[in-house]
Design a protein around this ligand. Structure first.
Ligand code: SF4
Ligand code: SF4
Length: 388
């Protein structure tokens, strides 16, 4: 007989450690996981070969003997406005880019990983019987959001993300698989939390690349998050314009979602936008020259600034940051595309500098960066010809 007080103890402990939500489900073959082969059959995973790992279909193949999954969520919604509320700059202003909200601060793998390890350690102290437990934060062959749904944390929206009625969808998810047999948070006789999307289709209509092939189905190959983070080579020509100003991830299908309007702001200071510093700024501390510029953070940063980051500056700025994943070449490739998409006019103060930066990048030893810079210059030149 499973003891509900054990599950209560775990969820309370998770909250004490700092998670906003925690729930338990019995480990099993969840119906969403059975649809994975069909999704993969359509090639929607793109170059993310790790998604083909057959263990993803069944948590008991990840941890033999697993009886329960514990799903935890942490709100990362800081107080900065939504991407859909931040207008693109006027043609006379310096072009700026968009970095996905989840990547503004500390790497969530570290933040959540630390909390999950703490929870497992507390469980090991608390439970007298021996058990195994493994935790994952986007780090193993598990679908965190499916587990979270069955643990009662929310529903999977038409934008494919987990949505909680109170907190919305800006949630980092982490899971623990364990051989402990725990009472599920959601009564097995009941369904998981109901789908509250209703007749809404704001996310599908707002997606600039039509990556939501149909409600609840993402064609990752078209998604800006995939194109700017996961894709290593050149971005397909037909999708570059739709990428707009995005240089790392995309928040549009979350920013338009009515369930994110409540504006539940995170208490975790780790996710606030971090400052971007360059070598010249470092010199500020030593009393040397500092470039003109306002307080520069990863919230809506100047593209020029990102394009100029040296390898060393990239490493220094993005240590323990999700941006590390794109590598400097990937970020600069995306910055070139965003510059090509900017509305900047020939008369803008930054015009000459941006063209010079792009001309420099045309000679990059990285052929993908060089090609993206040429594409951007051609677009800027084209706009100049038509008087833009
Ligand atoms: Fe579309 Fe952006 Fe959402 Fe991807 S993240 S599905 S590109 S709106
Ligand atoms: Fe569901 Fe509408 Fe949110 Fe899309 S925007 S996930 S359809 S509620």
């Amino acid at each position: 007989m499973q003891d509900a007080s054990e599950t209560g103890w775990i969820t309370e402990r998770a909250r004490a450690i700092g998670f906003d939500l925690c729930g338990v489900a019995a480990a099993g073959r969840f119906p969403e996981l059975e649809r994975l082969p069909e999704w993969l059959g359509r090639g929607y995973e793109g170059e993310m070969a790790y998604l083909k790992d057959p263990r993803r279909e069944d948590p008991t193949r990840v941890l033999p003997g697993a009886k329960s999954v514990i799903a935890c969520a942490l709100n990362f919604n800081t107080q900065q406005p939504a991407s859909t509320h931040v207008p693109t700059e006027a043609p006379t202003e310096e072009p700026r880019g968009w970095i996905s909200r989840y990547a503004w601060g500390e790497d969530y793998h570290h933040v959540l990983g630390g909390k999950l390890a703490e929870l497992v350690a507390a469980m090991q102290e608390h439970f007298a019987r021996p058990f195994e437990a493994r935790w994952y934060v986007d780090t193993g062959p598990v679908h965190e959001r499916v587990f979270a749904r069955h643990a009662g944390l929310g529903w999977l929206g038409k934008n494919t993300l987990l949505i909680n009625e109170q907190l919305g969808s800006f949630l980092f998810l982490g899971v623990i698989l364990t051989t402990l047999e725990l009472a599920p948070s959601v009564d097995q006789a009941e369904a998981p939390p109901p789908d509250l999307c209703g007749s809404c289709r704001l996310c599908l209509d707002a997606c600039p690349t039509n990556a939501l092939a149909e409600p609840y189905v993402l064609d990752a190959r078209r998604c800006i998050s995939y194109l700017t983070i996961e894709l290593r080579g050149t971005v397909p020509d037909g999708l570059r314009e739709a990428m707009g100003r995005h240089v790392f991830g995309c928040d549009i299908c979350q920013d338009v979602c009515p369930w994110n309007r409540s504006g539940a702001v995170t208490q975790a200071s780790e996710f606030r936008p971090r400052h971007v510093s360059t070598e010249e700024e470092k010199e500020e501390e030593t009393g040397m020259s500092v470039p003109a510029g306002d307080d520069e953070t990863l919230f809506h940063p100047r593209l020029e600034r990102l394009a100029l980051l040296s390898e060393e500056e990239f490493r220094r700025n993005f240590r323990r940051s999700p941006l590390k994943r794109a590598k400097r070449q990937g970020l600069v490739r995306n910055v070139c595309i965003a510059l090509g998409n900017s509305r900047m006019r020939a008369g803008a103060a930054a015009y000459g500098r941006v063209c010079e930066i792009l001309e420099g990048l045309c000679g990059s030893p990285d052929s993908v960066v060089a090609e993206s810079a040429r594409w951007a210059l051609a677009r800027i030149e084209e706009r100049k010809k038509i008087g833009g």
